[in-house]
Design a protein around this ligand. Structure first.
Ligand code: BG6
Length: 290
């Protein structure tokens, strides 16, 4: 798989097969389990953008804690059937982050390396197997993750989804989020609605849904944490979810160290309200990390 532009080689994280990408802009690694991006290091500053738990589990018994989990075709633990108003309790964040994906394309140019993957199993939990998804990751000076949904059925389908990215921050106590403000739904306080104080800092367990409106598109976000600056661009979302489990919850999670919460922050390009894809329609949820 070597070309003059980049090296795409097979690797492993414990038992899990991965693809390692090295080109003139960056180094990166993606697990085939979940099409799960584990690492992205741009050469411009050599800093890892993604956080991966020291105690992440790589035996396929659960989703990988860290990196970029792909949540599809639903976000959270419920799927609202929009036609009937029925709500079903389902495994959290969909069925593609816990299955093997296959690589269906590798495209290399001087500008970038693009890897496209598709899941091996569709049509689970009552979804049509004509509801298709692909993940296309472009590795360049920035890393663009595109979650593509194609409704090849003859019926409209409503989905929720997220690119549930775990970012590396130097110190959560000195981390500021720019570009997210306004009202939010607080999942730690019975889904009450609150106004976000600025500057946006994290000082306790945080599980917030910020819904997009015309004043708050959340298309350009920056995370500043001491010496680290991460830029995030996103499209195709209806909200941004900000999550940090803080200490007590981290302690209770098998795949997170007690102090793991100190150097991570999830900023998730999300569709929490649902988007309807008409028959034959395509949707793209995109997050670009720089
Ligand atoms: C966030 C949710 O997106 O993901 C949180 O808003 C949830 O409520 C978190 O706890 C982690 O989910 P999981 O299933 O990966 O542990």
């Amino acid at each position: 798989m070597n070309t003059q532009y980049s090296t795409v080689s097979t690797g492993n994280r414990e038992q899990l097969p991965t693809l390692k990408v090295v080109n003139r802009h960056c180094k990166a690694e993606i697990a085939l389990f979940g099409a799960h991006l584990l690492s992205f290091i741009p050469n411009s500053d050599g800093k890892e953008r993604l956080w991966l738990s020291d105690t992440a589990i790589f035996d396929k018994s659960k989703p990988i804690r860290g990196g970029v989990p792909i949540c599809w075709p639903w976000f959270g633990g419920i799927y609202p059937d929009f036609a009937t108003n029925q709500v079903s309790e389902l495994p959290a964040h969909g069925f593609v982050r816990t299955q093997d994906w296959r690589v269906i394309g590798i495209e290399e140019t001087p500008e970038s390396t693009v890897i496209t993957l598709s899941p091996t199993q569709l049509g689970l939990f009552g979804f049509s197997d004509n509801l298709l998804t692909y993940v296309e990751v472009t590795f360049s000076e920035k890393c663009s993750i595109k979650l593509i949904t194609k409704n090849k059925s003859e019926q409209p389908v409503k989905i929720t989804a997220a690119l549930h990215t775990y970012f590396n921050v130097t110190d959560i106590h000195h981390t500021k989020i720019l570009g997210v403000e306004g009202r939010y739904i607080d999942k730690t306080r019975e889904s009450g609605i609150f106004e976000q104080p600025l500057p946006y800092l994290i000082s306790s367990e945080t599980d917030r849904i910020h819904l997009q409106d015309e004043d708050n598109l959340f298309e350009f976000i920056q995370v500043n944490s001491q010496h680290d600056k991460i830029s995030i661009e996103q499209h195709g979302h209806d909200s941004v979810v900000i999550w940090n489990p803080w200490q007590e919850k981290s302690k209770s999670m098998a795949d997170m160290q007690e102090n793991g919460y100190l150097d991570m922050l999830c900023i998730e390009a999300s569709i929490t309200q649902g988007t309807v894809l008409a028959a034959q329609e395509r949707h793209e949820l995109v997050q670009i990390i720089g």
